[in-house]
Ligand binder design. Structure first.
Ligand code: P6P
Length: 335
């Protein structure tokens, strides 16, 4: 039987191959993986852990926080503070950035995360996940401020997610393709189960919250109507639809078998570019998808090229099978 390759071994060997994982970044990724393991244990306890339900508080997004949102955020903060690999962190669950306390050594990386995405699914036992993005701290000035985080997605040095589903799977890129690691609960370690992940350029599966159809812009409505018209329509083939309402789960399906995920701008809150957040949801997912041969735009332009202006800014997201993302983006640009 082939020898199991642990996450640690993969990172060490990747560093030997192309130097893309310096020691501090390797430590960072191993610490995040360990934190995801702890979150997985808490999530998997479900009702037995006494951690389901609302925390009776709201986050910066104005969303009701679940107890596990707060627990997951604390796990990631505590795991990453002391290692000397980070200068600061940013989270969907925190209004402003979190500086590494001065009692610990300061590192050269910035870590951003959505500690538990899709948390509305926790209480109904549907897959959820942690999303993370890693940037380099600018070295042209001392200290760290929020503006240091406002870097375009192309500046990421690592990105990934951990999906807490039937299996707990860590999905990671450092810019040399996408690898997947499945948690071996008997060993307590992540084991390489797939590398060089490739998204098929075409698909027959789209993901969007159809209940918002009346609020969409014309290009989105045209794209979805053509999918619904099936083989007798302009696309000449029937489509299937999936919507888990957990971005990590929907993106994992797309990385695994293709598809297109859409969360467009809509008329409900016209002042917002979209629902999803650029820095710690769209950017890491866009890089993973591109690294797997897919595409990711905001309907008009490549997500990774967008220059952020606010830490918690939102963005419209179209990502997945390249030919489908290009089609719906063309509809926006031609419309
Ligand atoms: P809706 C979860 O709250 C999330 O941020 C993403 O994980 C998911 O894709 C989306 O929102 C679901 O939104 O409006 O369908 O509930």
């Amino acid at each position: 039987m082939a020898q199991k390759v642990s996450l640690t071994r993969y990172l060490v060997e990747q560093q030997r191959v192309d130097g893309s994982i310096p020691a501090q970044l390797r430590l960072l990724l191993e610490v995040v993986a360990r934190a995801c393991k702890s979150i997985s244990m808490a999530v998997n306890k479900g009702a037995l852990g006494g951690v389901l339900g609302s925390a009776e508080s709201e986050n910066v997004q104005g969303e009701v926080q679940k107890k596990l949102d707060i627990i997951s955020n604390e796990v990631l903060i505590e795991a990453n503070e002391w290692g000397g690999h980070l200068a600061a962190m940013a989270s969907e669950e925190m209004d402003s950035i979190h500086l590494v306390p001065s009692r610990y050594p300061q590192g050269e990386y910035l870590l951003l995360f959505d500690p538990l995405d899709g948390s509305s699914n926790i209480d109904v036992n549907v897959s959820i996940g942690t999303i993370f993005s890693v940037l380099k701290k600018p070295d042209d000035h001392p200290g760290v401020q929020e503006a240091d985080f406002l870097q375009a997605g192309v500046k990421q040095v690592a990105a990934g997610y951990c999906v807490y589903g039937p299996s707990t799977t860590l999905v990671l890129t450092v810019g040399d393709g996408v690898a997947m690691f499945t948690l071996d609960r008997e060993q307590g370690s992540f084991v390489l189960t797939q590398e060089n992940v490739q998204i098929p350029a075409d698909t027959k599966e789209f993901a969007i919250n159809m209940s918002n159809m009346r609020h969409w812009d014309a290009p989105v409505k045209r794209y979805v109507d053509e999918c619904l018209a099936g083989k007798d329509g302009p696309r000449g083939k029937d489509f299937n639809m999936r919507w888990i309402a957990s971005m990590v789960a929907d993106v994992h399906r797309i990385l695994t078998r293709g598809g297109i995920f859409m969360y467009p701008w809509d008329k409900r809150e016209p002042e917002k570019a979209g629902k999803l957040r650029l820095m710690y949801e769209a950017n890491p997912m866009a890089w993973l998808v591109e690294q797997a041969g897919g595409a990711a735009t905001n309907g008009k332009q490549r997500i990774l090229d967008l220059q952020p202006t606010k830490l918690h800014e939102r963005v419209a997201v179209f990502l997945g099978s390249k030919n489908e993302v290009e089609r719906v983006t063309d509809y926006h640009n031609g419309a």
